[in-house]
Ligand binder design. Sequence first.
Ligand code: ATP
Ligand code: MG
Length: 208
Amino acid sequence: MTEHSNSDSKLDAQLHKEKMQKQKEKVDANIAAANIERGIALLLTGNGKGKTSSAFGMVFRALGYQQKVGIVQFIKGAQESGEVNFIREHCPQVFIHQMGTGFTWNTQDKVADIKASEATWEIAQSLLQDDSYDLVILDELTYMLGYKYLDRDTVINSIKARPYEQSVVVTGRGGGRELREVMDTVSDVKNIKHAYKAGVKARKGVDC
Ligand code: ATP
Ligand code: MG
């Protein structure tokens, strides 16, 4: 190595060190500033794939700390999913409820659909009032708001009034400005592309 390139690499190492020191100061300051300990309300929305699977990622995180988890799915419940199969088989400590039959996206019996979503909401609400739950997942709840099957203010007030230490995850496209405002963390999963559009069938372990 020439003398010149040797001093170049020394300078480079010094600059890198200074940059990293500054970055560390910033990171440390941000960590010190975030000192509130409480449950978090999280909304996973958007048209891209990854909302429900992310929510279940958090289920497994919480279980890793022996936390109590409750899951309510506002969907038909007819389509099988690997995450629900796994929880039913291996996680008896997890409360899980699906809206079940009586609901169709192509609404044919609106009265029955509203009844089913209200009954499911009752269960969701009981979890949001129970401080023994560390994490509550309300999967596809946004559609109940979009269809106006559930009262938006009732849902928002229950999320706001939940136990201080409880975290709640809501998934689904849309949801509206009022819901976004009440949530602490909002992620909008953007659709860049999806295999389905290229004709690839929903894949077990990936899509369901
Ligand atoms: P996942 O359950 O895989 O995390 P998601 O919750 O973000 O997906 P949903 O709208 O609930 O999305 O739809 C679930 C199913 O629809 C999955 O099989 C998923 O792969 C598929 N899907 C999600 N987004 C898209 C999309 N933009 N185009 C086509 N299919 C999609
Ligand atoms: Mg989903």
